[in-house]
Design a protein around this ligand. Structure first.
Ligand SMILES: NC(=O)c1ccc[n+]([C@@H]2O[C@H](COP(=O)([O-])OP(=O)(O)OC[C@H]3O[C@@H](n4cnc5c(N)ncnc54)[C@H](OP(=O)(O)O)[C@@H]3O)[C@@H](O)[C@H]2O)c1
Length: 233
């Protein structure tokens, strides 16, 4: 049995309406945790309200400053303590370097770097109130490897990985643990070669393990891949 397996935690997951965020919310709901979930689109928002009726639900576009600030204000008025923050929302745009656009670059930086930076910073007072707080940042293998056609995405995820490492140092005296995950090819879009890829549930189960480790145990970084990933040209 893992440490504190039965203790209910308050867990915020951004981008919980589909993909890995949804799978993680399902997994953690089954473990009996209290969930705080965000979605951007109306479709995802309705899904989290229906499938996680006991959770707190927020509709927020994390790239929009007004929306982001309003979300953070509402979050702090409704949640008094946060055990786990999972910065999951992200956007992947593939484009050959010469054809890439500044608009895509800026949007990915806003969502994959600026938003987790702000959400984490504002959540620190809530995390400090928890017994064994953890922040999990969903980066990508693109942050550490070299893949074609993803310069802006890779740069944004590398920035998120670096923020994780430095925030960990700054907040270690507060007992806030930081984990960065670098997944490679998770089938969140029903790919026809999906059986060669990771399942969203693999990431959900990994997160379930990380949040149940002993408060003195810090999982720094997880690089995770299927055993036969789809070849990238
Ligand atoms: N899938 C992979 O192979 C893979 C590999 C490495 C890393 N990752 C990273 O893992 C995370 C989850 O990936 P995924 O494949 O599960 O993603 P996904 O299925 O594409 O879903 C993206 C999630 O991000 C949310 N989102 C997108 N733009 C947003 C915005 N402007 N404001 C707020 N939320 C926004 C979406 O909300 P709505 O549903 O409301 O649109 C959705 O919940 C991402 O950070 C991704 O970069 C994925």
């Amino acid at each position: 049995m893992q440490f504190e397996e039965r203790e209910s935690k308050t867990i915020l997951i951004t981008g919980a309406g589909r993909g890995m965020g949804y799978a993680t919310a399902k997994h953690l709901q089954a473990q009996g945790h209290d969930l705080v979930l965000t979605a951007r689109t109306e479709e995802s928002f309705q899904r989290i309200k229906k499938d996680f009726p006991d959770a707190l639900h927020f509709k927020v576009d994390l790239t929009n400053d007004e929306d982001l600030n309003s979300f953070l204000t509402r979050l702090k008025s409704k949640v008094k303590k946060l055990d786990v923050l999972i910065n999951n929302a992200g956007e992947f745009v593939e484009s050959a370097f010469a054809e890439s656009t500044l608009a895509d670059f800026d949007r990915m930086y806003k969502l994959d770097v600026r938003a987790p930076f702000m959400v984490t910073k504002e959540a620190v007072p809530l995390l400090r109130k928890a017994n064994a707080p953890i922040v999990i940042n969903m980066s990508s293998v693109a942050a550490v490897g070299q893949y074609p056609k993803v310069a802006a995405y890779s740069a944004a995820k590398a920035a998120l990985t670096k923020i994780t490492e430095v925030a960990r140092k700054d907040l270690e005296e507060d007992g806030i643990r930081f984990t960065v995950i670098h997944p490679h090819q998770v089938n969140t879009w029903n790919d026809k070669q999906g059986d060669r890829m990771l399942r969203p549930d693999d990431i959900a189960e990994l997160i379930g393990f990380i949040i149940n480790t002993h408060p003195n145990c810090q999982v720094l970084r997880v690089d995770v891949s299927s055993i036969k990933p789809v070849r990238q040209e």
